[in-house]
Write a protein that binds this ligand. Structure first.
Ligand SMILES: [Mg+2]
Length: 220
């Protein structure tokens, strides 16, 4: 269960700019405060943004529709202004060669934006996105892990030993709440020591050591 932002890639601010554009377009309000996005679900961020701006006449669904459309229009900017994190492509490929592993996305992004981000870097084929967990599933990240596991069990008709990999304390907490293996990767704003303190089973500086990363993620 891969987190996207600052775990797989940096999107170069495309999603945040699209978010602000959608908000001002739909509400007619000036953007006042940029929330902390890291590790949070889009539903959670949306509730905060609406509350901060006193918005009561909009639904998350309506907002997300516009947000997704703007991201779609700007999707070429992900690869131009963003970047893949070190070693990501190699680790995804290696795990993809293992028939016992199903890789998916557990991300606070809405599904269409998650898909646009990984597509921009040619990673779509690495994931079974159908069994992912997304920012429209729930405000709480732990629920996203649970929903992903439920979807995987339903689709494949077998049980899984979930492994969550992410760059924030919220990723680690969401994993532990579901008895998943929690792998921290210190390629975001959170220090490795803080990921360890949150209870991560393994913390990697990045994914550039392919063997070490594959070992950790294979739960060996
Ligand atoms: Mg992240």
């Amino acid at each position: 269960m891969w987190d996207i932002d600052y775990t797989l890639l940096r999107g170069g601010g495309v999603a945040a700019r699209s978010w602000i554009a959608a908000f001002t377009e739909i509400t007619g309000l000036d953007w006042r405060a940029t929330p902390i996005f890291g590790g949070r679900t889009d539903l959670d961020i949306c509730a905060e943004v609406f509350a901060t701006h006193g918005v009561t006449d909009c639904t998350p669904e309506r907002f997300f529709d516009r947000y997704v459309a703007i991201v779609h229009d700007n999707r070429h900017e992900f690869a131009e202004q963003g970047t893949l994190m070190p070693g990501v492509r190699e680790v995804l490929t290696r795990l993809g060669d293992d028939p016992a592993v199903v890789q998916t996305l557990v991300t606070g992004n809405v599904p269409q934006v998650a898909a646009a981000k990984v597509a921009a870097f040619g990673l779509t084929g690495s994931f079974d996105a159908e069994v992912g967990g997304y920012g429209t599933d729930d405000s709480l990240r732990a629920t996203l892990v649970r929903r992903s596991l439920e979807r995987a069990r339903a689709k494949y008709g077998e049980d899984f030993h979930p492994v969550v990999i992410g760059d924030t304390v919220r990723d680690i907490e969401a994993a532990l709440a579901n008895d998943a293996v929690a792998i921290g990767v210190a390629t975001g704003a959170t220090a490795a020591a803080d990921l360890v303190a949150a209870g991560a089973h393994v913390v990697l500086p990045d994914l550039s050591d392919t063997e070490r990363a594959v070992r950790a993620l294979s739960n060996i």
